[in-house]
Design a protein around this ligand. Sequence first.
Ligand SMILES: Nc1ncnc2c1ncn2[C@@H]1O[C@H](COP(=O)(O)OP(=O)(O)OP(=O)(O)O)[C@@H](O)[C@H]1O
Length: 254
Amino acid sequence: MIEFKNIKKAFGDKEVLKGVSGSFKPGKTNLIIGASGTGKSVLLKILVGLVEPDEGEVIYDERNFTKGDKDLRTAVRQDIGMLFQAGALFDSKTVEQNVMFPLDMLKGKAYAEKLDRVNWCLQRVGLEGQNKKMPSELSGGMRKRVALARAIVGDIKYLFVDEPNSGLDPQTSIVVDDLIAEITQELGITTVIVTHDMNSVMGIGDHIIFLFKGHKLWEGNKDQILSTDVPELNDFVFANKLAKSFKKNEDEAA
Ligand SMILES: Nc1ncnc2c1ncn2[C@@H]1O[C@H](COP(=O)(O)OP(=O)(O)OP(=O)(O)O)[C@@H](O)[C@H]1O
């Protein structure tokens, strides 16, 4: 389980996070949602230690990541897999080399052992036998799956994903979302996804945190979100015209 308590962060005089707390459980896809600029990515970066909070703490299975020493932080980091937008594939490396990259950082593993793990991950994301392909030969959805294989290659406990569907069409997005949710359940890992894609919310939102202007305004699951009476969340959920017209019809029928 990942717990975060009273997280505050400002950049200059701009307070981005104003005391956000919560927890994420294993085997679940946990989503952080909210409008643009509301602090979702900053919270994600604080959780993984890329940004330090001004106040508050992050605890991984009773290990205090914020206050822990270097060894504790290194141990937690080794349990973390990341699939971030900026973490694109290396264009000059093959699929196999890309996925193996995190394992190459760890000393003491034999190549055959690393290759076994890479092949297992590639098979799990539906890319068995694509080892020697170059990223340029793959579709956007396949590249995302390679990045997912790379994120889980290190026998992780926690998976962090920033906007998994950016640049993907709606159908491919669902395939990637479902794959992340299946892997989360199978491996019993704690997955945290930042998104503003309502399809993801409705498809894989086991646990959802809604951020608004630096506060956690609501939390719940995909079955509860449509009947929320929090106006700011309603505006977010029913932001597009199609969803608005559904809502209007439902309200009129009630
Ligand atoms: N390193 C930084 N220095 C200064 N300001 C920053 C920094 N990182 C983030 N911010 C500011 O913090 C605010 C929240 O940014 P964040 O990226 O978390 O938003 P977000 O909710 O993820 O939005 P989006 O959905 O558009 O990605 C923004 O106003 C952003 O400009």
